[in-house]
Ligand binder design. Structure first.
Ligand SMILES: Cc1cc2nc3c(=O)[nH]c(=O)nc-3n(C[C@H](O)[C@H](O)[C@H](O)COP(=O)(O)O)c2cc1C
Ligand code: SF4
Length: 444
């Protein structure tokens, strides 16, 4: 098998990697030139044939999504670039935006040509100040060089890109919450259908894609479908719903490892390899107790599930929600899963937008139950109660508008199933993992 050659992170260590001159010297914007010489539908079909699946969490086929736009629509059609990146443990979009912004801008321009859009909005996580400054400068460079604005590269194609700073909430990353926020409203996700491709930003057809997805598009144009499909995991012939997991992927590794990092590898690497080879092993000579496979909303792998392939299908085979953002967070064997789960639930409860009762109430109740367990006041029945609450919320059981609730439920379901013994032991011991002062506050 040929040695894997990173493409998405290839330029990040170059001096001044964010500058247009260097990007062009490395062959930048030739993919756009190639795309502009093709019919929009041919670009869409190329992306569809590559098998590129969205890198933002849901793993939906990018080309298929683009092809859902209404045919012969008079416009406007919008592209929203999802750069909200708020899933805990996830920082790959930030690296792409800060170190190689033109790779993203080229992907945006190609995507806009394919979907017949003349306006793209980059919805950027508010806290990413450096990304904002770097992207802002790169966009200005593009306008000055005729790569954005009117008559791009002399082809008659027109595109405006606007950079919008987010509203500082996790729910702004959900695609319809993002659209509401861009429209100047509170980021309350919309009931779907209609999906954004039919009715999105300003009620017009809209495509929402993640930063990494759009960066992949640039390389599919330059290197081709065969190259993209030469990496990753083909579909399982026994699973008709498996579309395969092709192409390169950025994996973030953090938590209790010696070397937190972001690495680019073909889709389908094992969690164990990420931790031991790329993350430098579990810190302090300890062992991994649990591993988050793709942001906390995906749930947990237990220590004996570390040989799970991190492709779009792998985590689901061991009871996790999916690959998510491929952000691996390692939890060592000295850490209490009760505390870990409490933190997950507290985050989700804080970030729930509150529209759906099962999510608003469920996330709050799960946090309260875990608080009770953590403070030594838990009962054994609490474990089943936690599971029952978690099992009743989310798009999957059909009780909520968006997937935040599923992402809140999965860590709970996984933790109480895979680490039940630890929860029982904790409750039986009656111990508390908080200080007496915190305990006093928790009681009130
Ligand atoms: C609560 C919640 C938060 C999300 N946050 C993000 C995010 O920060 N970035 C992102 O790209 N997708 C996020 N998503 C997924 C988006 O809704 C959407 O699927 C994605 O942007 C589509 O892009 P893709 O097809 O290129 O992956 C989130 C979903 C949910 C339910
Ligand atoms: S599931 Fe939760 S976050 Fe999503 S819309 Fe409903 S209340 Fe809001």
């Amino acid at each position: 098998m040929p040695r894997f050659e990173p493409v998405l992170l290839k330029r990040i260590d170059k001096p001044n990697s964010a500058a247009l001159a260097g990007y062009r010297a490395d062959g930048g914007y030739t993919a756009l030139k190639k795309a502009l010489a093709m019919a929009p539908d041919d670009v869409t079909n190329l992306v569809k044939d590559s098998g590129l699946r969205g890198r933002g969490g849901a793993g939906f086929s990018a080309g298929a999504k683009w092809s859902f736009l209404p045919k012969n629509h008079p416009g406007p059609i919008y592209l929203c670039v999802n750069a909200d990146e708020s899933e805990p443990g996830t920082f790959n979009n930030r690296i792409l935006m800060e170190q190689d912004p033109h790779q993203l801008l080229e992907g945006i321009a190609i995507a806009c040509h394919a979907i017949r859009s003349n306006a793209a909005y980059i919805y950027l996580r508010y806290e990413y100040g450096r990304s904002y400054r770097v992207l802002d400068a790169a966009i200005k460079e593009c306008y000055a060089a005729g790569l954005l604005g009117e008559n791009i590269l002399g082809t008659g194609f027109k595109l405006d890109v606007r950079l919008h700073r987010g509203a500082g909430a996790y729910i702004c990353g959900e695609e319809t919450g993002l659209i509401e926020s861009l429209e100047g409203k509170r980021a309350w996700p919309r009931i779907k259908p209609p999906y954004p491709a039919i009715e999105g930003l300003f009620r017009k057809p809209t495509i929402v894609n993640n930063v990494e997805t759009l960066c992949c598009v640039t390389h599919i144009l330059t290197r081709g479908v065969e190259w993209f499909k030469s990496m990753g995991v083909p579909p399982d012939p026994n699973n008709k719903r498996d579309q395969g997991s092709y192409g390169p992927k950025l994996y973030c590794i953090s938590g209790h490892v010696n070397k937190p990092c972001c690495v680019e590898l073909p889709l389908g690497v094992m969690a164990r390899e990420l931790i031991d080879v790329h993350g430098g092993g579990v810190w302090k000579g300890r062992k991994a107790k649990a591993v988050v496979p793709g942001g906390i909303s995906m749930g947990f792998l237990s220590a004996n599930e570390l040989d799970t392939k991190l492709d779009f299908e792998g985590p689901g085979k061991v009871g996790c929600l999916g690959l998510g953002t491929a952000a691996v967070v390692v939890i060592d064997d000295q850490t209490s899963m009760v505390d870990v789960l409490y933190n997950c639930c507290r985050f989700m409860s804080h970030e729930s937008c509150g529209q759906c009762t099962p999510c608003r109430e469920g996330t709050a109740w799960m946090t309260k139950i875990l608080e009770r367990i953590r403070t030594g006041r838990g009962k054994l029945e609490d474990i089943d109660l936690l599971y029952e609450v978690a099992n009743s919320m989310g798009i999957i059981p059909g009780t909520t508008i968006c997937g935040l609730a599923d992402g809140a439920a999965w860590p709970v379901k996984n933790a109480v199933t895979k680490f039940r013994g630890e929860f029982e032991e904790y409750i039986r011991s009656g111990r508390s993992s908080i200080t007496p002062a915190q305990q006093l506050m928790a009681a009130h």
